[in-house]
Design a protein around this ligand. Structure first.
Ligand SMILES: Nc1ncnc2c1ncn2[C@@H]1O[C@H](COP(=O)(O)OP(=O)(O)OP(=O)(O)O)[C@@H](O)[C@H]1O
Ligand SMILES: [Mg+2]
Length: 454
């Protein structure tokens, strides 16, 4: 349970709050002035501070200032006597989480404390993930591919092992899984990294255009060929040629491609001269190329030439454990791209991102986070900021609230579901709900959900 530090020079307030918070199951420390409180913050593990403003030796405002610069994530709630509301407002500007005037509304204070602690949990989690992200980037040797699931680690292992060779690589995987990134990694981790990395999208060109794009053409080779043009194979000499969507090329281009792969030689369209190149070919497809070979759509000999090393990029639904790091990564990159300061995501929104099946894979996750960053109102992406298909998925861990419901209905439903989520254990349910065991008991009685002797 969380530890709360109460700093006030009035003994009655200290002991009153201590009893109330201990009743709710918190561990409580007390201090009679700011200096003692500051010592406790530095020497014990305090999760939240409640402090009076006017205290001898060191005031609450000084404590606030020291603490928020040394421990920016530590929530501090300020208490104030009459007539010092302006100071309290100033305190909030200086980083206090909230302020209360005396006499204190205890229920409200308890609620605020549990909210601050939940919020802090989100921020702590966020900080941990940011640190982990940095570590993954440092250790992988290639910063752009984020993920530490077993499948991604294994894939990174293969990439590192084959990058420095000249073997052709065929990358297969669904749309949006990161095939182009893998090709980029293969080039950048290779000895060819200072030479060109040339990309051709084989699906976007007609067969004739693709041929001249790949091999180049001589002046006058066809109508419109007003000058000699180098092809991508020539441009990639010494480096890597990435043939994207290789499954889409027609059979006649396949024959020509096979020859370059076998002999490293070719002629420009309409040309006589035979050119020799040193090119490493990496190809990608979202089709199952072996199937296409069986169907007669793809030459078997070309398939074997391309598929010396095979890398299968796993779909996101098979490595959901990578989602938290990917979220942190996209929050960082997409909030700076959109000039926003969004650095966290609510627990509910995170749950929805986990429950969704991601047919569009990482590209779809990236788009969802970007939508969240753009739509959100503060620093935290909430469930409602996410795209429709994600926030509306049927998630049995989720409570959907119909507009028009009363607070009582929602509270009843949440309590019932949480108790069953905790396997009937009410103490655990109270902890999850962020309230004390006694408060839960009182609510159950109030809503006729429990017998008095239960
Ligand atoms: N592991 C990853 N870490 C970080 N970003 C990733 C990762 N995988 C993919 N991305 C990002 O997701 C987007 C889609 O990746 P990419 O274009 O490489 O996918 P693809 O498999 O080539 O998709 P398509 O089949 O549609 O061409 C890119 O913006 C890429 O930077
Ligand atoms: Mg691609």
């Amino acid at each position: 349970m969380a530890t709360i530090l109460i700093a006030d020079d009035e003994k009655n307030i200290r002991s009153g709050l201590q009893i109330a918070f201990e009743d709710e199951g918190y561990d409580v420390l007390t201090a009679e002035n700011g200096e003692i409180a500051w010592k406790l913050i530095n020497t014990t593990s305090v999760d939240l501070v409640i402090t009076d403003i006017r205290m001898p030796v060191m005031t609450g405002l000084d404590l606030l200032e020291k603490s928020s610069s040394a421990y920016p994530l530590l929530p501090i709630i300020v208490l104030t006597g009459h007539g010092t509301i302006e100071t309290a407002v100033q305190a909030c500007k200086n980083g206090a989480a909230d302020f209360f005037t005396k006499p204190i509304d205890l229920d409200h204070l308890l609620l605020t404390v549990s909210k601050c602690l939940a919020n802090r949990k989100v921020l702590d989690e966020n900080k941990r993930l940011t640190e982990e992200l940095e570590k993954v980037k440092r250790e992988s040797g290639y910063k752009k591919i984020i993920g530490q699931s077993e499948k991604v680690s294994r894939m990174m292992g293969v990439i590192k092992q084959v990058a420095s060779t000249n073997a052709n690589v065929l990358i297969q995987g669904e749309s949006g899984v990161g095939k182009e990134l893998v090709a980029d990694a293969l080039h950048n981790l290779s000895l060819r990294k200072d030479k060109p990395f040339i990309k051709v999208n084989c699906a976007s060109l007609t067969p004739t255009l693709l041929e001249s794009e790949l091999f180049g053409h001589e002046k006058g080779a066809f109508t419109g060929a007003i000058a000699r043009k180098k092809g991508r194979f020539e441009l990639a000499d010494g480096g890597t040629l990435f043939l994207d969507e290789i499954g889409e090329i027609d059979l006649s281009t396949q024959v020509k491609l096979l020859r370059v792969l076998q002999e490293r030689q070719f002629e420009r369209v309409g040309g006589e001269e035979t050119l020799t190149v040193d090119v490493r070919v990496v190809a990608a497809t979202n089709r199952n190329l072996a199937e296409e070979v069986k169907k007669g759509n793809f030459r078997e000999d070309l398939y074997f030439r391309l598929n010396v090393v095979h890398i299968e990029v796993p779909p996101l639904r098979e490595r959901k454990e990578d989602i938290p790091l990917l979220i942190s990564h996209f929050l960082e990159t997409l909030s700076s791209k959109n000039n926003r300061k969004v650095d966290s995501i609510s627990a509910q929104a995170r749950k929805a991102l986990f429950a969704y099946s991601w047919p569009g894979n990482i590209r779809e996750l990236q788009n969802a986070i970007e939508a969240g960053v753009v739509m959100c109102h503060g620093r935290t992406i909430e469930l409602e900021d996410l795209p429709e298909q994600i926030k509306s998925i049927d998630n049995e861990d989720m409570l959907s609230v119909k507009l028009g419901s009363s607070l009582e209905e929602v509270e009843k439903e949440l309590i019932t579901r949480t108790i069953s989520f905790c396997g009937g254990n009410k103490t655990k349910a109270a902890t999850v709900l962020g309230i004390g065991r006694k408060t839960l008991h009182r609510k159950l009685l109030e809503y006729n959900m429990e017998r008095d002797d239960d």
